[in-house]
Write a protein that binds this ligand. Structure first.
Ligand SMILES: Cc1cc2nc3c(=O)[nH]c(=O)nc-3n(C[C@H](O)[C@H](O)[C@H](O)COP(=O)(O)O)c2cc1C
Length: 332
């Protein structure tokens, strides 16, 4: 049985649901040495800012037992160099490129979106709402539904019709569903979640914080249950809005978990740092996992975890394959 892995993110149709997560796979050329980037559902760029940024001082990465802390500070080339050098390369490879954008004010986001509006090769624009809003005491846009909505509205107004606008949400908020609803109301065609979680590590030999930036973003397997929870809650509240699930995905089964929670696509971040071929391996594993479970269309698996117990298809024992329903399940 072959599996139909096609998925849709707003107006964009993708051949498969696996993409890179922003900032974790270079600008594309780095991955291009390992596989054809057009094989990805989409390539997501690091967050592009109006000006080039040098980022924070080193050390910027610290390993923890189940994840990585980073404080890169959105190091990047800025929109001019991106448009001149990086986007054309991705377009030549026929990659579907989702451009992540960032800024310190609503105007900066609008400026980057406006510069992208006439550029060829932009499949979608993803708004990194985890940036500090300099006009709002440095609180990140994602921290408040009104601030998040304002930036989404501005980016939507500067983006071509037919190019989906994605709002990338942070789980470091009290009510992720409230922020998600505000972003959807403001014109976001899809939601990406989650960004890194704010964390910190202290070196017990030097007694000093392990990151030069002191605190940083936690990513990797440690955050996957938080990502699954956010995807599940937001899909329950907004079942029509496509979600890109992100957080700690290392295997095809990890990706399937986010799909069952409600994600229509899955982005892979930290796993690329250890294994540059992670995305193509995860795609292969997801395909096999769906096939083993008798699911022939990815779309049929989206949000299955929301179905009441007893209405689901046959239970799977991953060691055995498809299992027959238990007596109790048959009776339900
Ligand atoms: C080194 C590094 C750089 C990142 N840069 C960005 C970025 O530029 N923009 C963004 O929206 N998220 C950025 N992220 C967050 C990831 O896109 C992703 O949301 C997060 O790492 C969770 O996924 P993971 O557990 O698979 O890594 C970065 C993460 C890491 C580890």
């Amino acid at each position: 049985m072959s599996v139909d892995l096609r998925t849709r993110i707003g107006a964009a149709s993708l051949p498969n649901p696996i993409m890179t997560a922003a900032g974790c796979a270079g600008i594309g050329r780095e991955l291009g040495r390992f596989f054809d980037v057009a094989k990805l559902g989409a390539f997501v760029t690091p967050s592009i800012t109006p000006e080039a940024r040098a980022g924070r001082p080193a050390p910027r990465l610290a390993e923890t037992p189940s994840g990585v802390l980073n404080s890169t500070g959105l190091q990047g080339p800025g929109i001019d160099a991106f448009l001149a050098r990086d986007l054309p390369w991705l377009d030549e490879q026929q990659a579907r490129t989702i451009v992540s954008i960032a800024g310190n004010s609503v105007e900066e986001y609008a400026e980057v979106a406006g510069r992208l509006a006439t550029a060829p090769g932009v499949t979608a624009v993803e708004i990194n709402t985890a940036c500090p809003n300099v006009e709002d005491r440095g609180l990140m846009f994602a921290a408040h539904p009104t601030a998040a909505a304002e930036v989404v509205r501005a980016v939507r107004a500067h983006t071509r019709r037919g190019v989906p606008v994605l709002a990338k949400l942070s789980a470091d908020v009290t009510d992720v569903v409230g922020v998600a609803m505000a972003c959807a109301d403001a014109g976001a065609d899809a939601l990406s979640m989650i960004n890194t979680l704010h964390g910190m590590a202290v070196d017990t030999s030097t007694f000093r914080p392990r990151l030069a930036g002191i605190t940083g973003g936690l990513s990797g397997p440690a955050i996957r249950p938080v990502a699954v929870r956010c995807v599940y809650q937001v899909h329950a509240a907004l079942p029509e809005v496509p979600i890109i699930g992100i957080g700690g995905v290392r295997t095809g089964l990890d990706a399937l978990e986010l799909v069952l929670a409600g994600a229509s696509a899955v982005a892979v971040g930290t796993a690329n740092i250890h294994d540059p071929s992670a995305c193509v391996r995860i795609l292969r594993e997801l395909d096999a996992a769906l096939r083993e479970r008798g699911i022939s269309h990815l779309a049929d698996a989206v949000g299955l975890a929301h179905k009441p117990a007893g209405t689901l298809m046959r239970r799977i024992d991953p060691n055995v394959g498809v299992a027959e329903p238990t007596e109790q399940e048959t009776l339900q």
